[in-house]
Design a protein around this ligand. Structure first.
Ligand SMILES: NC(=O)c1ccc[n+]([C@@H]2O[C@H](COP(=O)([O-])OP(=O)(O)OC[C@H]3O[C@@H](n4cnc5c(N)ncnc54)[C@H](O)[C@@H]3O)[C@@H](O)[C@H]2O)c1
Ligand SMILES: O=C(O)C(=O)C[C@]1(C(=O)O)C=C[C@@H](O)C=C1
Length: 367
C-alpha cells in the first residue's frame, strides 16, 4: 500500500503541489480537504486529488505527509488545532504560506509534541487563485524556501525535499525572520505599491474614463499582481506587520526625497535616481535561477498584425522547440509589440533565439 498525503486547502498552490507530488510518487494516495465544498469537488473531478474528505481531522492519523495550503491566518489556526490530534510517528507537516514567523511559531509547538513540522514557501505563483489554475509546472526552476528549526533533523528536511522534488524547484533554507524580511521586500511591499497604484489610477479614471485605455505595457507589468486574491494578501500583511511598517516608512521617505528633487527641479539628482535604479535592475540575475526574474525568457519584437504569433510559434515548432509560456507584453495599434516566450531550458532558448533571428525577428534576453 502506497503512502498517504493530505492536502488542506485545494487552491492554486495546494492543487499544484498535489499534481507535482503525484507525478513523482504515483503510488501515493492524495487526499484533499478544503472548507469550500465546490473546491473539493472540482479538485476531484480535475483529478488533482484521488479522494476528498469533509473532515481532515479524521485523515491526519493515517497521513505520511500533510501540506497546509490555505491563506496564512487559516494555516495558523489549523496548526493550532493539530495540537489536539494524533499523528503517525514519521509524519511530516509542512505549509506553503507567504509569511513564516507566525506559522513557524505555531508549528514549533507541534514539534514539541513530537510532530515533524517544516515551514515552506514556494516562491512562485500567480495572480490567479483556485484549483482551476493548478499546474504541475508552476514551481519549475523557482526557489522553494524552507524554514526548519534547529531541532529539525536533516533527514526530515531531505524527506520533505524528496516529496517535493517533482516541483523542479531549488530548495533554500532561511530562518523565519530572514524569510519575512527578504520576502517582505521582494513580494509583499511590491504588492502594496501595485495595488495603491491601481487605486490612484482608478480615481483619475472615474473622472476621465480614457485613462484606463491609455494604460500600456508599463502599467500592466507593474500592476498585474494587484489582481490576486484579497483575502490571501490581507493575511500576508497582517502576518508581516512590523517588517512592512518599517518598509513603508522607508518607502515614504524615499518618495519624499523624489518629491524634493522634483520641487527643486534638480535634474542631476533625478537623473542619478533613475540611473542607479537602472544599474541595479540591469544587474539582477537574469538567466540565473532567482526569485526575482523569470527563467529562460526570450523577448521578441513583433509587428502588430494577424498571424504573427502563429508565425513565431511555427518557426519554433519546426525546430522541435517547445515553449512553456507565451505572453504579449504590449499591443498598440500599428506599433511594434513584444512577445515574451518562456522555454524549458537555456539550450532551447539559445536555439530558439537563433532560428527566430534567422527569420529576421529582433530578439532580446533582457526586456
Ligand atoms: N498565489 C501565490 O502566488 C502564492 C505563491 C506561494 C505561496 N502562496 C501561499 O499559498 C497559500 C494558498 O494560496 P493560493 O494561491 O493557493 O490561494 P487560493 O485562494 O487559490 O486557495 C486557498 C484555498 O484554501 C481554502 N481555505 C481557506 N481557508 C481554509 C481552511 N480553514 N481550511 C481549509 N481550506 C481553506 C480556500 O477555500 C481555497 O480553496 C497562501 O498561504 C499563500 O500565501 C501563494
Ligand atoms: O507571480 C505572481 O503573481 C506572484 O505574485 C507570486 C508571488 C510573488 O510575489 O512573487 C506572490 C506571493 C507568493 O508568496 C510568492 C510568489
Amino acid at each position: 500500500m502506497g503512502k498517504r498525503v493530505l492536502i488542506i486547502g485545494l487552491g492554486l498552490i495546494g492543487g499544484s503541489l498535489a499534481l507535482t507530488i503525484k507525478k513523482e510518487h504515483p503510488d501515493c494516495e492524495i487526499v484533499g480537504f478544503d472548507l469550500d465544498e465546490k473546491a473539493r469537488q472540482l479538485a476531484l473531478s480535475l483529478q488533482v486529488i484521488d479522494r476528498q474528505t469533509d473532515d481532515y481531522k479524521k485523515e491526519v492519523a493515517s497521513a505520511h505527509l500533510i501540506v497546509v495550503a490555505t491563506p496564512v491566518q487559516s494555516a495558523v489556526s489549523i496548526l493550532s488545532e493539530f495540537q489536539h490530534l494524533t499523528f503517525q510517528e514519521n509524519c511530516i507537516v509542512t505549509d506553503v504560506g507567504s509569511t513564516k514567523k507566525t506559522i513557524v511559531d505555531q508549528g514549533r509547538l507541534l514539534e514539541a509534541a513530537g510532530v515533524h513540522f517544516i515551514g515552506g514557501h514556494p516562491m512562485a505563483g500567480s495572480h490567479k487563485s483556485g484549483v482551476t489554475g493548478a499546474n504541475e509546472r508552476l514551481f519549475e526552476n523557482a526557489y522553494y524556501l524552507l524554514t526548519p528549526s534547529k531541532e529539525t533533523s536533516a533527514s526530515k528536511v531531505i524527506q520533505l525535499q524528496n516529496w517535493l522534488r517533482g516541483t523542479g524547484a531549488k530548495f533554500i533554507e532561511l530562518n523565519p525572520d530572514e524569510h519575512d524580511h527578504f520576502v517582505g521586500m521582494v513580494s509583499h511591499l511590491p504588492h502594496i505599491i501595485a495595488s495603491l497604484l491601481v487605486h490612484q489610477t482608478g480615481k483619475l479614471g472615474q473622472e476621465f474614463p480614457v485613462v484606463s485605455q491609455l494604460a500600456a505595457g508599463g502599467f500592466r507589468d507593474i500592476t498585474r499582481i494587484a489582481s490576486a486574491s484579497p483575502s490571501m494578501w490581507r493575511d500576508i500583511l497582517l502576518n508581516n506587520k512590523s517588517t512592512l511598517l518599517e518598509m513603508l516608512a522607508d518607502w515614504n521617505s524615499g518618495m519624499k526625497q523624489v518629491e524634493e528633487m522634483l520641487k527643486q527641479e534638480n535634474g542631476e539628482a533625478i537623473y542619478e535616481f533613475f540611473h542607479e535604479a537602472k544599474l541595479l535592475r540591469d544587474d539582477l540575475p537574469v538567466g540565473k535561477k532567482g526569485a526575482l526574474m523569470p527563467f529562460n525568457d526570450l523577448y521578441v519584437d513583433v509587428p502588430d498584425h494577424p498571424g504573427v504569433i502563429s508565425d513565431v510559434t511555427g518557426i519554433l515548432a519546426n525546430e522541435n522547440i517547445s515553449i512553456t509560456n507565451i505572453q504579449i507584453l504590449e499591443t498598440r495599434e500599428d506599433i511594434m509589440g513584444v512577445l515574451r516566450l518562456t522555454f524549458r531550458s537555456k539550450e532551447d532558448l539559445t536555439i530558439g533565439k537563433g532560428v527566430l533571428e534567422d527569420h529576421m525577428y529582433d530578439t532580446y534576453v533582457t526586456p
